[in-house]
Design a binder for this molecule. Structure first.
Ligand code: DQA
Length: 140
C-alpha cells in the first residue's frame, strides 16, 4: 500500500497567488499541490483546504489513520487552542509549515500555539517547505 500523507491548509490559504505575492509567492495552492504530486508520484497525497476551524479539526482527526500530517494553519497558528488540542491527540508524524518566515514579521506571528504538538516546523522556504515536510514524514 502506498504511504498516505495529509496536507492541510487553513484559513486564507485558498487565496495563494493573489494574496500578498511579495510575502507568500506567486504560486496558487493548486500549483503547490501539482508540484508535490510531481515530486512524490508514489505517495497518496490528500490535499484539503478550509477556512472553517471546526472543519479543520475534523480533517486533523481524519489524518489520524494516515502515515503523516502536514499543516499550514494560517492565522490559526497563533491562537487556535482547538487546533492545538486536535493535533495533540493525533499520533502520526506531524509538520507545521509556513510559506513565509513568520519570525521576521510582526511580533504576534512569532508565537505558534501548535508548535508544541508537532514534530517539526518549517518556515520561510515557500513551496519548498511542503516538499521538505513530506520528505521528513516519509523518513519517519
Ligand atoms: C502563514 C503565516 C501566518 O502568520 C499567516 O496568518 C498565514 C500564512 C504562512 O504560510 O506564512 O495565513 O501561515
Amino acid at each position: 500500500m502506498p504511504a498516505e500523507v495529509f496536507i492541510l491548509n487553513g484559513v486564507h490559504l485558498g487565496t495563494l497567488g493573489q494574496r500578498r505575492p511579495e510575502v507568500y509567492g506567486t504560486l496558487t495552492l493548486n500549483d503547490i499541490e501539482s508540484l508535490l504530486e510531481d515530486e512524490f508520484p508514489t505517495v497518496k497525497l490528500e490535499f484539503r483546504q478550509t477556512d472553517y476551524e471546526g472543519e479543520m479539526v475534523g480533517l486533523i482527526r481524519e489524518a489520524a489513520e494516515s502515515d503523516g500530517l502536514i499543516i499550514n494553519p494560517g492565522a490559526w497558528t497563533h491562537y487556535s487552542y482547538a487546533l492545538h488540542d486536535a493535533l495533540e491527540t493525533v499520533i502520526v508524524p506531524k509538520v507545521e509549515v509556513h510559506l513565509s518566515n513568520v519570525h521576521a514579521r510582526e511580533g504576534w506571528r512569532r508565537y505558534s500555539v501548535v508548535s508544541p504538538v508537532v514534530d517539526a516546523v518549517v518556515a520561510g522556504m515557500g513551496a519548498s517547505g511542503y516538499v521538505a515536510a513530506v520528505r521528513y514524514v516519509l523518513s519517519r
